[in-house]
Ligand binder design. Structure first.
Ligand code: CO
Length: 474
């Protein structure tokens, strides 16, 4: 064995496991059932992960919509088996785990409930990196005595760091803002796998000097750079990284844990995780994963999306675009639309491409190509221009703002304050609207987030006949 001659004390890299959330969300359409997590949950707890991500993102939606599972139950159930490893969730700020901005009363109630069901660490982000959109949840998480992981979405305007907006200074400024807001850790969230290894080295070297709280890096393997990026970030001093067990890793998911643990063995950053335990867990997943295999995107032999390296457009967005175009019988115009996505994003002040901004930009790019630039405009884009999603990274051209908001019923002059200050409380109205269907406050919150699908789920759960479905007597 090679003895370490360095005098610096060992500083193990800490690892967050994302198998039970982002892993299956990224490659198995968020369809993993709780019952398939239980058999390995106790052993996962013994691995020494910094945390396990088990909730948030699309899980809430997919569980009630597709799996007939009560979304609130998963953390509760897993907590019976995972007693020492903290649980983490992904929270889209004022969007929570839904698709629009919710009023502050909903955000507070949702955070309280999430703490109650066992979430310990909250990774809070906003699609525009406008942190006014995470203020309410950050405050509430702190009041509950839980861990805030303030998060910056990683984005670029060209193939590498720099250029008009996304410079090292930008990320340093954002990280400092998050530290001042009381973040216990700070995460750089690279949802499309755009962060290249040497940019990661430069970025984390700068961030380590700028802030005192531990730094966390989340990347996806999409472009094929993920593992190299982690290695360089580790060299630059990143404290925590996100991985998945091999059967739930790579492709558009995270880098796999096993090669990283092996690569760092015997170094100052040795993770101290037992590789044998990881192999046993992967073996178990190999046995259950075949039932999810049909969900794997396998149209191409390549497991990496090397196009991302050229156009920085995440794969999920491309497949959405393609199906949208297919419906409109315009699939042959995909190349034009790629270019239009770049232009539309620039027009809209270069938002990072993540839910919901990615969908807003993509749909508008399609409309622009099919009907002419900003001839037909989606209401979501109008809301974005109106400031209802927050402040875009760069300002939008004033003449374009006038054109887009002309005669818009929600307003013609962009708001400048915190978007949620314009939202009236929602909970009391929702109670009235739901009536008897809400038996618990969890039903109520779920319904506010997903009115149609949650109503269907709750009717099935409580055995209430849906008058629209076939009538039955008794
Ligand atoms: Co992710």
């Amino acid at each position: 064995m090679m003895p370490s001659k360095s005098k610096t004390p060992p500083r193990p890299i800490r690892i967050q496991d994302n198998t039970f959330r982002d892993g299956h969300q990224s490659i198995y359409a968020t369809r993993m059932k709780t019952e398939d997590m239980i058999p390995i949950a106790e052993e996962m707890d013994q691995c020494g992960f910094w945390a396990m991500e088990v909730w948030g993102g699309a899980t809430f939606d997919a569980m009630h919509r597709f799996l007939a599972e009560d979304p609130w139950m998963r953390p509760r159930i897993l907590k019976r088996y995972v007693r020492k490893t903290p649980f983490t969730m992904l929270l889209r700020g004022q969007n929570l785990v839904g698709y629009r901005h919710y009023a502050d009363d909903v955000v507070k109630a949702f955070v309280d409930k999430s703490c109650e069901i066992g979430i310990d660490i909250f990774r809070c982000f906003d699609a525009l990196n406008d942190f006014r959109n995470i203020e309410t949840c950050v405050e509430r998480i702190k009041q509950n005595g839980k861990h805030v992981e303030g998060t910056v979405c990683y984005s670029l305007t060209r193939s590498h760091l720099g250029g008009e907006i996304y410079t090292i200074d930008y990320y340093v400024r954002k990280a400092r803002e998050l530290e001042q807001m009381g973040s216990d850790t700070i995460c750089i969230k690279d949802m499309a796998g755009l962060l290249s290894p040497y940019d990661a080295f430069a970025l984390f070297t700068a961030l380590k000097k700028a802030v005192r709280v531990p730094l966390h890096l989340h990347t996806h393997y999409t472009s094929g750079m993920g593992s190299m990026t982690y290695l360089k970030a580790v060299e630059a001093g990143v404290d925590i990284i996100d991985t998945c067990l091999a059967p739930y890793a790579l492709r558009t998911s995270m880098p796999a844990i096993e090669p990283i643990v092996a690569a760092l063995q015997g170094t100052q950053r040795d993770a101290g995780i037992d590789l044998q335990k990881l192999l046993a867990l992967s073996e178990h997943l190999e046995k259950i994963a075949p039932k999810y295999k049909h969900l794997l995107a396998d149209q191409r032999l390549s497991i990496i999306d090397n196009g991302v390296l050229a156009h920085q457009i995440p794969g999920g967005m491309i497949s959405n675009l393609a199906s949208q175009l297919k419906e409109m019988k315009a699939l042959d115009r995909l190349d034009e639309i790629y270019q239009e996505v770049v232009q539309t994003r620039k027009d809209m002040g270069y938002p990072p491409l993540v839910t919901p901004s990615s969908q807003i930009i993509a749909s508008q790019a399609v409309l622009n190509v099919l009907f002419g630039r900003y001839v037909r405009i989606s209401n979501q884009l109008k809301d974005l221009v109106l400031g209802l999603y927050g402040r875009t990274p760069a300002p939008i051209d004033k003449a374009l703002v006038r054109k887009i908001l002309k005669n818009y019923k929600r307003g013609q002059t962009p708001i400048t304050g915190r978007p949620a200050d314009h939202l009236p409380p929602e909970i009391e109205d929702a109670k009235k609207a739901m009536g008897d269907l809400a038996r618990t406050d969890e039903d109520l919150l779920g319904w506010i987030l997903f009115p149609q699908t949650m109503e269907k789920y709750l009717k099935a759960k409580y055995g209430i006949d849906d008058p629209e479905s076939a009538p039955t007597n008794g």
